[in-house]
Ligand binder design. Structure first.
Ligand SMILES: Cc1ncc(C[n+]2csc(CCOP(=O)(O)OP(=O)(O)O)c2C)c(N)n1
Ligand code: SF4
Ligand SMILES: [Mg+2]
Length: 298
């Protein structure tokens, strides 16, 4: 069985092999254009053919991403990408499973699923386009919108503090947590590739600006001015406490790169299921004994 634990084959694809013929209908300049490019570059580096990849999403501008790739895609229901992706991975463990979501899709309506995919440690890569707004439905507050943010649903400014996606997943025990932005395409492609290669649940928060409803300080130009690569800061991704301290700065600092990579990744759910199946097979009662028990005279 092929898992991401084993070294993946050498790259034999170009990024273009993973781009579908569908023309994106995003607003010109939307950050999600850059995210598709980064994902296709990462997939080319991984070297698995499109038919061995399942790309699942919910609903939102960002959830359109799978359709713009040549992988198998399932644009599911708002907030329900994770349960569907988990089922797909368990039914066919050999598939490489990616999930695209938005801050609203992933941390509002779908937020309850995050804890469970983490505690099960399902081997999939969860990429959340965090633009701090509901883009598709025309600019309502999202769970990651800053306090004070004025939107169509908060004319006087939001009274709520945002959800911190980095701290959220770290606190539930995610073993791979990273952040990237299309403002640094090479860095974004690299963290996505690392997330895919990680043997277990991997979370990548992508600061993908909404050019239509987003604030000026969230746009690529502003991001370039404040982005700090964790590598250049000498951050040790194996240090959970340091990763948590940096995660707390979400909203004030813009760190990119791998925030946390568990040096001793726990067993994945799929491995547990496979071991259980093997063990139960050994205990299986032979067919003739079952027949004897229920139909002794046959
Ligand atoms: C059950 C349900 N509730 C609400 C909606 C409406 N809806 C569609 S996308 C969306 C939010 C999208 O925001 P986000 O996930 O941040 O994605 P973005 O468009 O910003 O990429 C909402 C509220 C829906 N489609 N289904
Ligand atoms: S509304 Fe925002 S997130 Fe949606 S396509 Fe336009 S720029 Fe992108
Ligand atoms: Mg959004």
């Amino acid at each position: 069985m092929m898992t991401t634990l084993e070294p993946l084959p050498q790259a034999r694809f170009q990024a273009g092999d993973f781009k579908s013929d569908l023309k994106p209908i995003w607003c010109p300049g939307c950050g999600d254009f850059g995210v598709v490019t980064a994902i296709t570059r990462a997939l080319a580096a991984i070297g698995r053919p499109p038919h061995e990849i399942a790309f699942i999403s919910g609903i939102g501008c960002s959830s359109r991403i799978p359709g713009y790739t040549t992988a198998y895609g399932f644009n599911t229901v708002h907030g329900r990408s994770l349960p569907i992706a988990q089922g797909i991975k368990l039914a066919n463990p050999e598939l490489l499973v990616l999930v695209a979501s938005g801050d609203g899709d992933g941390f509002s309506i779908g937020g309850g699923h995050v804890a469970h995919v983490i505690r099960r440690n399902i081997d999939l890569t969860y990429i959340v386009m965090d633009n701090q707004i509901y883009g598709l439905t025309k600019g309502q507050l999202s769970p990651t919108s800053q306090r004070g943010r004025k939107t169509v649903t908060s004319s006087f400014g939001s009274l709520e503090d945002p959800v911190n996606p980095l701290l959220y997943v770290l606190s539930y025990g995610a073993s791979f947590v990273a952040q990237g932005s299309p403002a640094d395409m090479a860095g974004l492609a690299k963290v996505i590739e690392e997330g895919i290669r990680f043997p277990g649940f991997a979370f990548i928060n992508v600061q993908s600006p909404c050019v239509t409803y987003g604030e000026e300080d969230q746009q690529l130009k502003a991001q370039k001015g404040k982005m700090q690569s964790l590598e250049s800061l000498g951050h040790d991704p194996a240090d959970w406490a340091s990763a948590s301290a940096r995660a707390r700065e979400y909203g004030t600092k813009l760190y990119t790169g791998v925030l946390y990579r568990n040096p001793n990744p726990p067993r994945t759910y799929g491995e547990g299921v496979s071991e259980r199946q093997q063990a139960l097979k050994k205990q299986a009662v032979p067919r003739h004994e079952i027949l004897n028990r229920f139909m002794p005279n046959t």
